[in-house]
Write a protein that binds this ligand. Structure first.
Ligand SMILES: NC(=O)c1ccc[n+]([C@@H]2O[C@H](COP(=O)([O-])OP(=O)(O)OC[C@H]3O[C@@H](n4cnc5c(N)ncnc54)[C@H](O)[C@@H]3O)[C@@H](O)[C@H]2O)c1
Length: 405
């Protein structure tokens, strides 16, 4: 397998740290860019860490050049659905506008591969298991930001990315077929190239004008030369769960809204566990979701990068297990594993919750040879419990250190 230099945005987060770790273990060179917006620590893995935002174009350009980045795994985003309803612009700004900046910088620097973390939140109401072609009707601003970025990436792969990056980028090798016009366009200095690039973004028809110093034929020939120059893999994760406690990697959202860590913490601390809705059309009346181990998600990135590079094709994949477990099933299994009874509080349904969300993952299996090997409910929950217990121990240790001082 070839080795790449990969920028992982959001690599200090829950899934990003696992993805970065998996890339590093596979022998790739990894650079993490993360704002540490939740006050979290950079993960202790074999990767270079840079604090900052993927919206910061000069910083990203500098990283691309210094680290010779050829691939971006873009996980940086705000993810809390409820907050996205209350404060949608915060989400459009960070999830969409920041990605516009990232893609522009990729185009400028000729970085041609992107793996993007999308979500099952892009799908409309399910009639059964969801495959990639199911209608996209996101129910929340969060889901709409994810779908907007999917569209943007696809549009970039098909259109202006190819033309602009080829006419603006200093490193592009046009080969023996380059004409004097094309060579002229390469003689523009970086500032001029950036201006042409930004002009093109504002007014795409300018690319056929004299500003880029190119004729229509040149553009057509460049289009051919750089066809498919942006390769993408879009993953639609279902419910990421589990942890890698031995490596100090796990879920640490602020605030935590995901079911499994909330349940574990409630049972640990003898607090009541809320079940929202018990009259759904499911065998036990509670909602069913598709939980996939975070390390299986990370592994899909390794396989997809290799596949994308070998075949030069772009794809969208669901990542889930096709099984699905109800809230009550999860509580029952946690009670067994934690050897403790949960204090259950029955609550009314929450607005927007659907009864069952389960993936069809045939495409990832057949195309990438991917399988959710570590995603049995027992393995997911055991790892999550160990992670939460380790965190509690860490807190107690630092408390006792503080008291000793
Ligand atoms: N957790 C899930 O179940 C799930 C499901 C579907 C999709 N996703 C997607 O996976 C990705 C990662 O999710 P997660 O659960 O690890 O979330 P997370 O909050 O743990 O990680 C996101 C990370 O991105 C960083 N970040 C945010 N904005 C940034 C910016 N502008 N520049 C640089 N860093 C920035 C944060 O500091 C954080 O470390 C997200 O894109 C999310 O939409 C997650």
């Amino acid at each position: 397998m070839e080795k790449y230099s990969i920028l992982v945005t959001g690599g200090a987060g829950y899934i990003g740290s696992h993805v970065a770790n998996a890339f590093a273990k596979a022998g790739h060179r990894v650079t993490i860019l993360d704002t540490l917006v939740y006050g979290q620590q950079p993960p202790r893995i074999n990767a270079k860490f840079i604090k900052g935002s993927c919206a910061n174009s000069p910083l990203v350009e500098n990283i691309f050049k210094k680290e010779n980045i050829d691939t971006v795994a873009h996980l940086a985003a705000f993810i809390e659905v409820g907050e996205s309803v209350k404060n949608p612009l915060k989400f459009y700004d960070n999830n969409v506008s920041a990605t516009v900046n990232l893609l522009k910088t990729m185009a400028l620097c000729n970085v041609k591969n992107i793996l993007f973390s999308s979500s099952c939140a892009v799908y409309g109401p399910p009639q059964g298991p969801l495959c990639e072609t199911h209608a996209k009707i996101p129910a929340s601003p969060y889901g709409r930001t994810k779908l907007a970025v999917e569209w943007m990436i696809k549009d970039m792969a098909n259109g202006i990315f190819n033309i602009v990056q080829s006419s603006c980028h200093p490193r592009l090798d046009l080969g023996s077929s380059s004409t004097s016009q094309e060579k002229l366009s390469l003689k523009l200095n970086n500032k001029q190239k950036e201006k042409v690039f930004l002009d093109c973004l504002r007014e795409p028809r300018l690319i056929s004008g004299s500003k880029a110093g190119m004729t229509k034929e040149n553009i057509e020939s460049e289009k051919k030369l750089t066809k498919n120059s942006l390769n993408y893999t879009i993953f639609r994760y279902f419910n990421a769960a589990g942890a890698t406690p031995k490596q100090g990697l796990g879920e640490k959202h602020v605030p935590e809204t995901h079911l499994i860590p909330l349940l574990i913490r409630a049972i640990q601390n003898n607090k009541s566990v809320k079940i929202f809705g018990t009259n759904y059309k499911t065998p036990d009346g509670t909602c069913i979701r598709d939980y996939v181990h975070v390390s299986d998600i990370a592994n899909a990135h390794i396989l997809a990068l290799d596949f994308m590079q070998r075949t030069g094709t772009s794809n969208i994949f669901n990542l889930g297990t096709e099984k699905g477990f109800s809230v009550k099933e999860i509580i029952n299994e946690l009670e067994i594993l934690m050897n403790k009874k949960a204090l259950i509080k029955l609550c009314p349904r929450r607005a927007g919750d659907v009864s069952k969300l389960v993936a069809v993952t045939t495409k990832a299996k057949e195309t990438l040879g991917w399988n959710a090997h570590r995603s049995s409910l027992k393995e997911i929950l055991s790892d999550a419990i160990e992670w939460e217990q380790n965190k509690t121990l860490e807190k107690l240790k630092s408390l006792s250190r503080a008291i000793h001082f």
